[in-house]
Design a protein around this ligand. Structure first.
Ligand code: CU
Length: 143
């Protein structure tokens, strides 16, 4: 029985999950690097803060983009909460991709000022909901 199970596992198609890394605050800038990613269900995205105190929090694509609300936007969105690297601890937050929907995120720091300054990130953006349009919407957001 164990042999059969092992055999089935060995022939089943395997979708290898990819681990993506996003740096928050590279060179002490208000940025996510990269600022957009295409990822598949099961992939993970690990956000690491390398300067100051920031968050990665899902928000609306348009309208009230900044600041992102506590808890994030969307049933499958995310909110890291504030993560401070002021002590040099390089805090991180890992999100596992659960759908192929576009998700838009920003930093909630300073009542949305970081978001409005362009501290934004897109997961699986589309032609209709592009990263560039999301960034423009964030910059135009009324705090
Ligand atoms: Cu920030």
């Amino acid at each position: 029985m164990l042999f059969v199970k092992a055999l089935l596992l060995s022939v089943a198609p395997v979708a290898l999950a990819v681990s993506h890394a996003v740096t928050i605050g590279l060179n002490n800038t208000l940025t996510f690097t990269p600022n957009q990613l295409v990822a598949a269900i099961g992939d993970t995205i690990t956000f690491t803060v390398v300067a100051r105190n920031h968050s990665t929090t899902t928000t609306n694509f348009s309208g009230k983009v900044c600041p992102p609300p506590p808890g994030g936007v969307g049933a499958t969105g995310w909110d890291s909460g504030f993560m401070s690297d002021l002590d040099g601890s390089l805090p991180h937050f890992t999100y596992t991709v659960v759908d192929t929907l576009p998700h838009f995120a920003a930093c909630m720091q300073n009542a949305g000022a970081h978001c409005k300054a362009g501290m934004t990130f897109a997961l699986n953006p589309t032609t209709d909901q592009s990263y560039d349009q999301f960034l423009a919407n964030a910059k135009a957001s009324v705090l």
